[in-house]
Design a protein around this ligand. Sequence first.
Ligand code: MG
Ligand code: MG
Length: 253
Amino acid sequence: MIQLKNSAQISAMLEAGRITGEALLVARERVREGISTKELDTVIREYIEKCGAKPSFLGYNGFPASACISINDEVIHGIPSKNRILKEGDIVKIDVGAFYKGFHGDSARTIAVGSVSEEASRLIKVTRESFFCGVAAVKTGNRIGDLGNSIQRHVEDAGFSVVKKYIGHGIGRALHESPDVPNFGTAGRGARLCSGMTLAIEPMVNIGSEEVYELPDGWTVKTRDGSLSAHYENTVALTSEGVIITTLVDSEW
Ligand code: MG
Ligand code: MG
């Protein structure tokens, strides 16, 4: 069942979202060649805890860290490690959740380490744009399929592919709630959008094929063909006054 939120609950989600977004900004400041993904995870956890919040991902289904950090052809759910060191030219995906006053925020960004290839830059840009194409379809009376279709068309028009095996989700008191929010779909199909819905919209986009697989660590998801993948996620709330992006604290990013 879809849990609709009232305005007080959406205000609480704005606070959780702000902490989530700020944790990503703190991590962005630290991204450079030579830093380990474990160090990035530590600054994220410390920031979230300093705010009086809890990292949503720590211990979630046994996940051992506060952020998922995935490099290059890793799509999502990378486990931070002191042995994973960022290199010039990498693209790194950082996915963060914060739980505060009973509600979650969930947000991800893909960050270039130093200068990256033109194709990698374009991938990051198109993935971000596709999120906003999805948000443009988040309107009372539209359907989940309108949102997914907008994302998919933007990505495929750019010559990239949308990962279909992993999708966005409702979010609120639980990190993952109904409804499913695929990054693909048919316009006019699926659950109807209405005021009080809170969704994590999160396109995952590959340069090559959409095929992905999970590593034996039980978490890390990689592209089958080894091509680069990007991820962009925010938590959004549909209200009677329109859409609020709870985790967007730097409107340029
Ligand atoms: Mg996430
Ligand atoms: Mg999510």
